[in-house]
Design a protein around this ligand. Structure first.
Ligand code: URA
Length: 424
């Protein structure tokens, strides 16, 4: 049997781990037979020395093997999914899943909750009265067969190794490592059983990867891992310097998603959603223009059916915050920047996000961007509307926004929302 200390030393000194050693390590750690302090040291060694592509492929495979795989082979439709590395105002999944499903592609979106300044898809949808995130595997398959798309929580048996590893990385400063992020994301997506996958890798202040080079490397690494495991995978790099759309929070993002499904969405959100939809349809072998389904209400019908199939009432009123305050423009000019991270932190402090996994979130709290970069504004014009149920939270939310707004004499350079594409 391998010895964890030998593996730590080997990785620390820049060596590579053999396949059997990696498989043993992941299985033993998941079973509680390798201690957290040993795995922490190994993760830190990986953080500094990386993994080669053979190690990464085995590491990812060992993570997948730590639990069950969803079997979607009984579905008549082709399958395709999307994963975003997370951003502020990123409600794309809520629109994209029903949009792509309306073309006859089954979309199994096993999603997570928000932590820190980026929101979680499940938290957003839980603001719809009655909607249920926790579904059994049989229920997931039934909703997929009946509606064509499902957005729900990944069950505890899907990649249990990642559950333990991610929690450990979170408290040991080892999250921001390309091989560790890539294996964490791709193990879950491969275990979910989708045949095609589009990755939305966010770049900018509100993203995990602030610079384009590291975002590109992460995208490339994940595309290769997907391909190696037989999943048709491609990636888009998309901009996350400013919130996507105008709404940041939970219920407010659901409302903006429904407006977008009605054909009334903000331009940047529509552009990113349509680019991802086109990519998913292409990988699923379907030649169609997704814009038509937003315009004629087909995608909205799918959304309503998906919400109802998961116990939600698509006609119910969404929660509305008890308090609202405005942030106004300090001077006249062009709005050159509205920082995504700062707005995300403000929404989080208003109650839309959580600091610890167990914390509840407020459905109604959030921020509405009344102006976006590129708009011309007057002094005193409202730029942001802060919403929350707890008046005591507004002061700290405002503090987060101190340096978020930049107004200048020139308009900002045009910024296309989709920066690059890494084709599989
Ligand atoms: N999301 C994941 O699922 N894993 C990571 O490591 C980072 C983001």
């Amino acid at each position: 049997m391998p010895d964890a200390v030998d593996l730590i030393r080997a990785k620390r000194d820049g060596g590579t781990l053999a396949e059997d050693d990696i498989r043993w390590l992941i299985a033993a750690y998941t079973a509680g037979e390798v201690a957290d302090e040993q795995m922490s040291a190994l993760l830190m060694a990986v953080f500094f020395t990386g993994m080669d592509s053979a190690e990464l492929a085995v590491w990812t495979d060992a993570m997948i093997s730590s639990g069950e795989r969803l079997d979607l082979s009984g579905l008549a439709a082709p399958t395709a999914d999307k994963h975003s590395t997370g951003g502020v105002g990123d409600k794309v999944s809520l629109i994209l899943a029903p949009l792509v499903a309306s073309f006859g592609v089954a979309v199994p979106q096993l999603s997570g909750r928000g932590l820190g300044h980026t929101g979680g898809t499940l938290d957003k949808l839980e603001s719809v009265p009655g909607w249920r995130a926790a579904l059994s595997n049989d229920e997931i398959l039934a909703v997929l067969a009946e509606v064509g798309c499902v957005i729900c929580a990944a069950g505890p048996d899907l990649v249990p190794a990642d559950r333990r590893l991610y929690a450990l990385r979170d408290v040991t400063g080892t999250v921001e490592s390309i091989p560790l992020i890539a294996s964490s994301i791709m193990s879950k997506k491969i275990a979910e059983g989708t045949a095609a996958l589009v990755l939305d890798v966010k770049v900018g202040s509100g993203a995990f990867m602030p610079d384009r080079t590291s975002a590109w490397q992460l995208a490339q690494t994940m595309v290769r891992l997907g391909q190696a495991h037989g999943v048709r995978t491609s990636a888009l790099l998309t901009r996350m310097d400013t919130p996507l759309g105008r709404a940041v929070g939970n219920a407010v993002e659901v409302a903006e998603s429904v407006a977008t499904l009605r054909g009334e969405g903000p331009a940047d959100l529509v552009a990113v959603t349509l680019a991802l939809a086109a990519e998913m349809l292409r990988l699923a072998g379907i030649d169609a223009d997704p814009a038509a389904a937003l315009a004629d209400g087909r995608a909205l019908d799918r959304y309503r059916a998906m919400i109802a199939a998961q116990g939600g009432d698509p006609d119910a009123e969404l929660p509305v915050a008890r308090h609202a305050e405005l942030v106004t423009a300090p001077s006249a000019g062009w709005l050159r920047a509205l920082d995504a991270r700062a707005v995300g932190i403000a929404a989080w402090r208003l109650g839309a996000g959580r600091a610890r996994k167990e914390d509840p979130v407020s459905a109604a709290a959030g921020v509405i961007c009344l102006a976006k970069p590129g708009d011309q504004v007057e002094a005193g014009q409202p730029l942001l509307e802060l919403r929350g149920d707890d008046q005591g939270r507004f002061g700290r939310a405002r503090q987060a926004l101190t340096d978020a707004i930049e107004i200048g004499n020139e308009p900002p350079p045009p910024a296309e929302p989709v920066i690059d594409r890494i084709a599989g």
